[in-house]
Design a protein around this ligand. Structure first.
Ligand SMILES: [Zn+2]
Length: 433
């Protein structure tokens, strides 16, 4: 027998040996003093969650042990009897390979995509420690973010589940482009496009290399280093081409939009979410409700950008002017859209704010007038629906991923208790920062 055949025989032996299969399963039991399995429902007390490997296999009343489950020989008990246990949270808007600071101007011309992936590993751990077990990354150097996403999925490094957009789709010189450098210093990336046909190419190119979702800029933005306002930049025709192409290939579309004209054009084009939505108006609200699109407010980004405008050396004058004007208005936009019944999904734009303080957005949403329960729905059920991962996460139910966090207090009474989760489990792995 060649050594190759011998190796195959060994593998085959283990595959058919029931003992080997049993030994591989890792059961854990969580005893939850208070348990919110689904943010739309009531809290239950004295509950047991049975976890097998990376998934939830049962949620039952009372504090049960392995002896109470026929299929389980032994299971480690995780005692959360004095905690509030709930689904891991979801941030629908992050930039997890980047963080706003004074070094950014130099980073743009010195960092490789590998550098961004390594920085992303450190940021991903902070975001996971903050109780976010899933994020949607809407715009980053493509190879860096895809490597980080895949490395986390394969278990090489700790981090939240990532759905990634690759490069932001942007017009040349637009909000998703890198502006302010001498010609030739920064080559346009594959997300930059002009005209409907070229924008179809840009979308297809992100998907070809691994994009889970498409992000495009419907309007100007605060942190692009160009004094080009915050109004519509892509034409209606370009926006329709982007959305059609992405949807035809089974990808959802997130549109960055501040100005009213751009928000409404993106909603008419059929986007799945509006990010920021700063100057949304009555017509926008009608369009949101007609299409079922989500509003991802990112209040924290607005406040952070406005603060950064006052720190010397961080923002250019073009950026600072927009930050002072736009930043404070985003909270009012959320108040308006929530009151009008628009669907809200949680998102921070983390990267603009420091990674790991994502939970601050929960407090700002309450400040904007959302009841605590609505905020928890936005950060779990709604965000899962927007990301298209409701069959994996967002609630705690048999068959779903074991994405479970715990807080010392009750977030339905005091949302701030979620800023420092006392327990984080992602895909069945307990994360200890
Ligand atoms: Zn963003």
């Amino acid at each position: 027998m060649t050594s190759f055949k011998a190796a195959l025989a060994v593998i085959a032996f283990f595959m058919v040996t029931p003992f080997a299969a049993l030994a591989a399963d890792n059961y854990r039991i969580i005893h939850a003093g208070s348990l919110l399995t689904d943010a739309r429902e009531d809290v239950k007390t004295e509950q047991t969650i049975l976890i097998k490997n990376d998934a939830i296999v049962a949620v039952r009343d009372g504090y049960l042990t392995a002896a109470d489950f026929d299929s389980v020989d032994e299971a480690a008990i995780i005692d959360l009897k004095d905690k509030f246990v709930m689904p891991g949270m979801i941030d629908s808007h992050t930039h997890i390979t980047w963080e706003l600071d004074k070094a950014n101007i130099i980073d743009e011309v010195t960092q490789t995509q590998a550098d961004t992936a390594i920085r992303g590993v450190a940021f991903a751990q902070k975001v996971l420690a903050a109780g976010f077990t899933t994020v949607r990354n809407v715009g980053a150097p493509r190879d860096g973010i895809f490597a980080l996403r895949d490395g986390i999925a394969k278990g090489y490094v700790d981090g939240p589940r990532i759905l990634a957009a690759g490069y932001t789709i942007s017009p040349l010189g637009g909000h998703g482009d890198t502006n302010g450098y001498r010609e030739g210093v920064i080559e346009p990336n594959s997300g930059i496009c002009n005209g409907a046909d070229d924008c179809r190419r840009a979308v297809r190119q992100q998907i070809k290399f691994g994009a889970d979702v498409i992000k495009f800029v419907a309007t100007g933005g605060v942190l692009s280093n160009i004094a080009a306002g915050t109004g519509q930049q892509f034409t209606d025709e370009e926006q329709k081409a982007i959305v059609e192409t992405a949807h035809a290939m089974g990808r959802k579309v997130a549109a960055h939009a501040h100005g009213t004209d751009g928000i409404n054009a993106a909603l008419r084009a059929g986007v799945d979410s509006i990010e920021h939505g700063t100057y949304l108006d009555k017509e926008s609200i009608k369009l949101f409700k007609k299409s079922g699109a989500y509003h991802v407010p990112t209040v924290l980004a607005g406040i952070t950008a406005a603060e950064m405008a006052e720190v010397p050396g961080v923002l250019s004058s073009a950026q600072a002017e927009k930050a002072r004007r736009v930043g404070p208005i985003i909270m009012a936009a959320l108040s308006k859209s929530y009151k009008a019944g628009v669907k809200i999904a949680f998102g921070t734009d983390s990267g603009v704010s420091r990674h790991g303080i994502n939970g601050r957005e929960l407090e700002l949403m309450v400040e904007a007038g959302m009841p605590e329960q609505a905020v928890l729905i936005a950060a779990t059920v709604n965000a899962a629906d927007l990301l298209g991962v409701s069959d994996q996460t967002g609630v705690l139910r048999e068959g779903l991923s074991a994405d479970i966090i715990a807080a010392d207090g009750n977030p339905l009474e005091n949302i701030s208790t979620l800023l420092k989760p006392s327990f984080v489990m992602a895909r069945g792995q307990i994360f200890k920062p």
